[in-house]
Design a protein. Sequence first.
Length: 389
Amino acid sequence: MEPFTGLDYYRVDEMYSDEERLVRETVRAFVDAEVLPLIEAHHRRGTFPVELIPRLGALGMLGANLHGYGCAGISDVAYGLIMQELERGDSGLRSFASVQGALAMYPIYAFGTETQKIDWLPRLARGEKVGCFGLTEPDHGSDPAGMVTKAVRRGDGYVLNGSKLWITNGTIADVAVVWARTEEGIRGFLVEKGTPGFSAREIHGKFSLRASITSELIFQDCRIPSASLLPGSEQGLKAAFMCLDQARYGIAWGAVGAATACYDAALKYAKARVQFGRPIAGFQLVQQKLVRMLTEITKAQLLCLRLGQLKGAGRVHHTHISLAKMNNVEKAREIARLAREILGAAGIVDEYPVIRHMLNLETLYTYEGTHEIHTLILGRDITGLSAFA
Ligand SMILES: Cc1cc2nc3c(=O)[nH]c(=O)nc-3n(C[C@H](O)[C@H](O)[C@H](O)COP(=O)(O)OP(=O)(O)OC[C@H]3O[C@@H](n4cnc5c(N)ncnc54)[C@H](O)[C@@H]3O)c2cc1C
């Protein structure tokens, strides 16, 4: 019998529609041809490949599951497959697409006025403009309800004061979706680059998600017009969490991409690397690791597909997304470590993609709700008791 060399052990592929498979193949070819050849260099330098932004737009990958306003309007499963393939390239690239689509375009789409939608969505979809999402603050990460950034009504607008930390795309964003405390509660605002009193600075020294821009946003007496309020965000933090659900959905899929890249590299290496006169793939302990990796990837692929079906049918609950984000990232993180072990010393150099994915997955474990916070969300769902505070 020929050994199984693929990445789809349960033939999950057969359960996707023709359109979904086509989308997946298009993104896969794009990542192979345009991302993999340059990503290690960007990772080393700690830079994001901005030249790929218009390509993501041209291929319809930005806000792809939104409808109208120049968005592709594809199924949630197809959207998930885009995230999976982008993250097979690099988590930084998938993070860019997630933030642009789920955290900048989605809030405008779901909570914005018609004018805001017409003004921003087509340009963001084409990748002509970049968006970011500012929720986290220096002193409020897992607990955004405590945020101190304030928007105070003054004349025909608001004055914004405060700061946001760890903001993906911050310094390259043309528009920031900023969450701030108002007299009526927490609200979302669109703050344009160049608005006096608004500045952004890049955070350096990261050892994870190096091929991604992470920034601090600072607001000092920043005057914004009333028209910058997202009127549909009157639900406050609930609206912000709805955006996070869109992004977490993408992370659940994306983690599978990073995991498959690691598994693929480890399997190939194990077959080629000879020690004690035979390929290390022939040793039981190495096989055990490879089997564990494939098993978890297969389970995660099935979890994603079902999650996508539920989302597409409008039946997904945010706790379903939490479970998939929590599980798939945790398993991808374990898989990356197992792959690194199998590669031995070669596992710590960027000649192979494994160490890059392994480091990137540390960010996935923490952002968009830490692993622990998703555990507590699920704990509350099944016990009815909140263990948060
Ligand atoms: C590279 C990167 C990009 C990011 N991009 C964005 C972005 O674009 N926009 C944005 O708004 N944010 C972004 N973030 C921020 C991210 O969402 C936060 O880091 C995350 O929410 C956790 O907050 P924190 O880092 O302040 O950790 P903390 O909340 O301080 O948590 C520290 C530790 O305590 C644990 N903990 C906290 N509360 C509890 C509890 N009740 N019970 C048990 N354990 C608990 C946490 O799980 C964690 O292990 C990004 C972060 C990174 C690293």
